[in-house]
Ligand binder design. Structure first.
Ligand code: NAD
Length: 250
């Protein structure tokens, strides 16, 4: 519990706290992560999500994508997403940088969200760049890779595949936020994916306190000032509660 109060205190004194989230914030919403004990890569070969593999086998990758990444039912934000939205509305969090593609931070009410790896809510034409909502694309999906109605090019889910660059604007914004942050919290990420895992190092170099909240170790625990081992959906609401309690005391 002491670490919860330490983090609340850091947030209380910060002028720009930033959160970097990963798949671990969404597991409580029923979306599996990649590298956790029930992670997707335990049953699916990650090389199928290399961009070169997509161009060679678009039909197969679309089938895999729809079976793995398109939720079967309604997916709702959980207590971790809600706590981050509350921290922002309390003026204690400047932004969420997310590696997730599920849109759950926005659904929970977070306003400044930087999506580093794109979004499952869209598909994009690989030839002309035309963007479609995924729901429109899936309404006509017949098992083959969907095609652009403007130019006939193959559509790709608008998420970053291995071997693809990150969206430049989003990455630039994430770097800037990391440089500005005085508290940088990593939540639910193994920090195994570059270049997102460079962001805590950038923040550290610019003087931020680094907080890691994750179930299981990450690749950067040794650079962190505070590491909390546990579930984001349990720990983040406690931090919000500790902050609220400190306001009512003060
Ligand atoms: P990762 O799978 O590499 O790491 C997730 C980490 O979160 C693991 O260390 C796991 O032990 C931990 N974790 C699991 N449940 C947790 C919980 N309830 N509370 C706290 N920690 C928990 O995922 P990553 O670091 O985000 O990076 C890999 C890639 O995963 C990203 O590129 C992202 O695009 C992609 N991804 C996104 C989603 C999504 O949008 N929800 C889902 C799967 C993968």
């Amino acid at each position: 519990m002491e670490k919860i109060f330490q983090i609340a205190d850091l947030l209380n004194r910060s002028s720009c706290a930033v959160a970097l989230t990963g798949a671990g914030v969404s597991t409580a919403s029923g979306i599996p992560d990649f590298r956790g004990p029930q992670g997707i890569w335990r049953s699916v070969d990650p090389s199928k999500f290399e961009i070169s593999y997509f161009y060679q086998n678009p039909d197969e990758v679309w089938r895999l994508f729809t079976s793995i990444f398109v939720p079967k039912g309604e997916v709702a934000p959980n207590a971790a997403h809600r706590a981050l939205a509350q921290l922002e509305s309390m003026g204690r969090l400047c932004a969420v940088i997310t590696q997730n593609v599920d849109g759950l931070h926005q659904a929970a009410g977070s306003v400044r969200v930087v999506e580093l790896h794109g979004s499952v809510k869209y598909a994009v034409c690989t030839k002309c760049g035309m963007k479609y909502t995924l729901s429109e694309v899936l309404s006509k999906y017949n098992g083959s890779a969907p095609r652009c109605r403007v130019c006939g090019g193959i559509l790709k889910p608008d998420v970053v595949f291995f071997g693809e660059p990150l969206p430049q604007e989003a990455f630039n914004e994430a770097v800037l936020l990391s440089e500005l942050a005085d508290v940088f919290m990593v939540i639910g990420s193994s920090l195994a994916v570059a270049p997102a895992n460079r962001l805590p190092l950038i923040a550290k170099r610019h003087g931020a306190k680094i907080v890691i909240i994750n179930s299981g170790p990450t690749e950067m625990d040794e650079i962190a000032d505070i590491v909390v081992e546990g579930r984001a959906e349990e720990i983040l609401p406690k931090i919000v509660e500790a902050l609220r309690a400190s306001y009512s005391e003060g």
